[in-house]
Write a protein that binds this ligand. Structure first.
Ligand code: NAD
Length: 422
């Protein structure tokens, strides 16, 4: 078998992604050809883009699009605009999208894109020209039936709208289905804004059911009060009747034993730019959030925040991973031994990509569903995926993250076998 040179670095995200696959493959005794094929992206595009800047100069930007695996359907995954973007970050994220769409049983593969740039230092006009340049270079590589990008770190619905417009110009017709996460007026889906948090909340509800945990009136803590974290607050209160007693953002952590009201906390955050300083709340250390006596913790900010140092002190019964990669492999084992139930990121934060898939379906039918229908369909998808992972963990006696990998890899492997790739 022809081997590609290994990517060797302890902190290389792609090495981590390959290690996670290797662990699951060895557990599953995966056919070596399938394993080797799944260790690498099927296709990658590296592009160089000249962009006219506001000061009259032309700057050259570099970008990528990785199609990791499309055995189950068109690739799906965001485009990031970030100064530290690398091909290995994009490869790793594309691999994780492959497992995420497969866990959710969506007829999609995994992809990801990125541009090395600092959008915080660019004007709206420069960002528009960069977005259009990306599609001019990558336009023949992507497509509604090949690879459908979406917003990700530092990209947003407006950038998706410019990209969809540029693609439509290249094609000579409207092709809104080329991107998801678009504004609703341009073929975006209802219910996309809170989809990630809503999907996570449905998982928490099911996790409580299978573990006999009462959620009504129970306390929860949220690390990272951004898009997914703040919607998790709103929906945990609305759908589950929970009380959010601690929240944090990059400026600090606040604690209020009788719970924060969503509307009040959002108003405070809008006014001051942070959750800190909320009247009547106690400022606690960022680490203390994980050690609180709460029923659920929602990590919704950063990677690696639950690790071997703090995992032994975690009392929460359910850890709902809205962030990508919040727990280290050592933490997974400690949490399982201590009886905490982890809902792994591949499953817990997959509500976003699920509603993106609904957006693709609506674009292809040119017929749009109301929010109620989106919520109902998301609930069905999340509940089914949750129970598949939960059952698999029981059958194999493994933790939920390994179970999610098993479900995902078996689905992609079956598609590759049926297509005759291996
Ligand atoms: P966001 O930028 O809206 O929010 C991130 C929040 O984390 C911000 O409030 C920020 O202040 C806070 N934060 C940063 N550093 C912190 C620290 N040290 N301690 C506490 N809080 C800190 O981002 P988001 O879209 O909500 O994404 C959050 C996580 O969820 C990421 O891991 C992302 O990959 C994942 N995720 C998001 C979506 C989605 O649809 N938004 C989908 C899948 C996964």
């Amino acid at each position: 078998m022809l081997e590609k040179p290994e990517v060797r670095s302890e902190h290389n995200p792609f090495t981590n992604a390959q290690n996670q696959l290797d662990e699951a493959a060895s557990y599953l005794k995966l056919d070596p050809a399938i394993h080797q094929l799944l260790r690498w992206p099927l296709r990658e595009l590296h592009i160089t883009m000249p962009v006219k800047m506001d000061n009259g100069t032309t700057r050259i930007f570099h970008g990528f699009r990785v199609q990791y695996n499309d055995a189950c359907g068109p690739c799906k995954g965001g485009i990031r605009f970030h100064p530290d973007e690398t091909i290995d970050t994009v490869r790793a994220l594309a691999a994780w999208m492959t497992w995420k769409t497969a866990v959710m049983n969506l007829p999609l593969g995994g992809g990801k894109g990125g541009v090395i740039c600092n959008p915080k230092k660019m004007s709206a006009g420069e960002l528009e020209r960069l977005s259009r340049a990306y599609i001019r270079q990558a336009g023949s590589f992507v497509g509604p039936e090949k690879d459908v990008p979406a917003p990700d770190v530092y990209t947003n619905p407006q950038i998706m709208a410019w990209m969809a417009d540029e693609y439509s110009i290249l094609q000579g017709r409207n092709v809104f289905g080329i991107m998801t996460g678009k504004p609703v007026a341009l073929g975006g889906s209802a219910g996309r804004n809170d989809a990630t948090a809503r999907g996570g909340i449905f998982c928490v509800r099911e996790a409580a059911r299978v573990n006999g945990i009462e959620l009504h009136g129970a306390a929860a803590a949220i690390q990272g009060y951004g898009n997914s974290g703040s919607y998790a607050h709103k929906l945990a209160a609305e759908i589950l009747g929970m009380k959010i007693v601690a929240v944090s953002d990059s400026k600090g952590t606040v604690f209020k034993p009788d719970g924060f009201l969503y509307e009040d906390l959002m108003a405070h955050k809008k006014r001051t730019g942070s959750v800190t300083g909320f009247p009547g709340a106690e400022q606690i250390s960022d680490e203390a959030l994980f050690e609180l006596d709460v029923t659920v913790i929602f990590p919704a900010a950063l990677e690696g925040v639950i690790n071997r140092n703090n995992a032994p002190h975690i009392k929460a019964k359910i850890i709902a991973e809205l962030a990508n990669g919040p727990a280290t492999p050592e933490a997974d084992l400690i949490l399982r031994n201590n009886g905490s139930y982890v809902i792994p990121d591949l499953l817990c934060n997959a509500g976003g990509v699920t509603v993106s898939y609904f957006e693709m379906v609506q674009n292809s039918y040119v017929y749009y569903w109301d929010e109620e229908k989106i919520h109902h369909r998301l609930e069905k998808k999340m509940t089914a995926a949750f129970h598949q992972v939960h059952r698999t963990a029981g059958q194999h006696d493994v933790h939920n993250r390994m179970a999610a990998y098993i479900v995902a890899i078996e689905r992609v492997a079956e598609a590759m076998r049926l297509r005759g790739w291996v």
